[in-house]
Design a protein around this ligand. Structure first.
Ligand code: SF4
Length: 491
């Protein structure tokens, strides 16, 4: 199997023996229970795991003694360190203590490797055959890095997302995409050729690897389409890349078995399960053994879970809108995650037959779903899809800024004029433009009513007497690094 994910994840597993992996799955299960069940967590933190709980441990396939996890109640501060540094980086005394807990040590080795693999995966950039799309996407990734900060390291910026459903049956209270109730699904028998045709167009345009960086759901639940796995297999066959799956329906045994059969055969760390309640967690543990779920991440989404929900969509809150932040007090507080969106590319609804060009941004009143929309269009047939995508690339992914494009900053940026230039402040970073006369002039220009990109060049040269080469270089820099607002280019 020649797949980026396969190779990377296989490397993680290959570092362990079968027996070690067997124990890793059990420790993983223990931590899932710990994270997803407040009562169990309280008992563990107090070092008082009841006989009932010990019985349950055995029932759900955890066969080591609770004592193996005693670090959790004896030296919990060491655990925090273990999850963010390698064994070699740890203080010597912690290493010594950890030696007494071999299962814990094994577990930390595993999750550190897995996390490193995931970061590597997110930082890999596969060439998109279409240069305009490639450059546009690189600008969007630079923009996300500036706006979302460290969180961007966990976004792999898929090029495509397809909806195979209209609406979602699950209706999570926290849905940051505010998905409406399930209305309909894309019938496989009637649309198989249509779907395969669309997948072929994307592969022709962008190449198999880039087209394979896709999701077959976005603001929907894959489970809702009864042929989701058939669509997935078709897509894999055409692009040569299996797509990932995240589902909030972890309790349907057959659904999970089918997904496991697909991903296990390819050595992939999927599906991911969103666990909506402690009851659901218990059902998942009852349905599948630790070994079966070894490669499956469980994301605790209970109301009381420590994982913070992104304030968007259904739970959009004005107080968390970073656009409203106090510009005199920027970068003072911990900045929350900001978005659950990940696609930097085409978001295609195959039922409504519409396409949006999108990229992640900090959720705001203006962008309530955590992505900016750069262009929108509709299509009918596969051929029509081909033309529509090309037209969108043509009009919304310029290689150089169109002369009429306003020299306007991204809407998350605050421009702070300084004596010798200016700073651009995003929710997560400050970008300095200082110590050059062209920066001083440009800073003044940016504070005024936006002029067009071309006018800006002329004004800086004619009125501010700046060197034309320096002017072109800085304007190009702003554009290429995603500082400029590219939404509404064709309005
Ligand atoms: S979070 Fe996912 S599963 Fe939940 S309502 Fe939204 S789209 Fe559906």
């Amino acid at each position: 199997m020649s797949n980026k994910h396969t190779n990377n994840y296989k490397k993680v597993l290959d570092a362990f023996t079968r027996e070690e992996l067997h124990y890793i799955s059990q420790v993983k299960r223990f931590f899932e229970w710990y994270e997803g069940d407040a009562d169990f967590r309280t008992a563990v933190n107090a070092g008082k795991i009841s006989s009932e709980q010990q019985k349950r441990m055995k029932q759900i396939g955890i066969h080591f003694e609770p004592r193996e996890m005693a670090l959790l109640w004896e030296k919990p501060e060491i655990i925090t360190g273990c999850t963010c540094m390698t064994y070699e980086e740890m203080p010597k005394e912690h290493v010594e203590i950890l030696k007494k807990y071999p299962l814990m040590k094994l577990w930390f080795k595993f999750i550190l490797r897995k996390e490193r693999q995931f970061k590597e995966l997110c930082s890999q950039r596969f060439p998109v055959l279409n240069t305009r799309f490639e450059n546009w996407r690189n600008r969007r990734i630079a923009s996300a890095q500036s706006e979302l900060g460290a969180y961007n390291q966990f976004i792999d910026h898929p090029t495509l997302a397809f909806e195979l459903c209209d609406g979602c049956s699950v209706q999570c209270w926290f849905c940051a995409f505010n998905s409406k109730k399930l209305q309909s699904t894309l019938d496989y028998n009637q649309n198989k050729d249509f779907f395969r045709g669309i997948a072929r167009v994307c592969t022709d345009f962008f190449g198999g690897k880039a087209a394979g960086m896709a999701l077959l759901y976005y603001a929907t639940e894959p489970y809702d389409n009864p042929n989701y796995i058939d669509y997935m297999k078709d897509y894999d066959e055409i692009t040569g890349s299996p797509v990932c799956t995240s589902t909030a329906v972890g309790t349907d045994k057959k659904w999970i078995d089918d997904l496991l059969a697909y991903y296990r055969a390819r050595t992939l760390p999927w599906p991911r399960l969103s666990v909506l309640s402690t009851k659901m967690l218990h059902k998942i543990h009852d349905n599948h053994s630790p070994d079966e779920l070894r490669d499956v991440s469980l994301h605790m989404q209970m109301k009381n879970s420590r994982r913070e929900k992104v304030s968007g969509g259904r739970i959009l809150s004005r107080k968390d809108d970073m656009r409203q932040r106090d510009s005199t007090n920027y970068l003072q507080d911990v900045v929350p995650q900001g978005t659950i969106a990940c696609v930097s590319g085409f978001y295609i609804n195959l039922i409504k037959k519409d396409i949006k060009l999108v990229s992640p941004c900090y959720t705001s009143e203006k962008w309530p779903y955590g992505y900016r929309v750069f262009d929108e269009a509709s299509f009918d047939t596969v051929e029509d899809f081909r033309h529509t995508v090309l037209e969108m690339i043509e009009r919304s992914m310029p290689d150089t800024p169109p002369v009429h494009m306003p020299l306007r900053l991204r809407d998350d940026l605050i421009c702070k004029p300084l004596e010798d230039g200016f700073d651009l402040v995003s929710p997560n970073q400050i970008h300095h433009f200082q110590n050059k006369s062209v920066f001083k002039a440009l800073g003044e220009l940016l504070m005024n009513t936006p002029v067009s990109y071309q006018e800006a060049g002329d004004i800086l040269v004619d009125k501010y007497r700046q060197d034309p080469f320096a002017v072109q270089a800085v304007l190009k820099y702003l554009f290429n690094n995603g500082f400029l607002d590219e939404t509404g280019l064709n309005t």
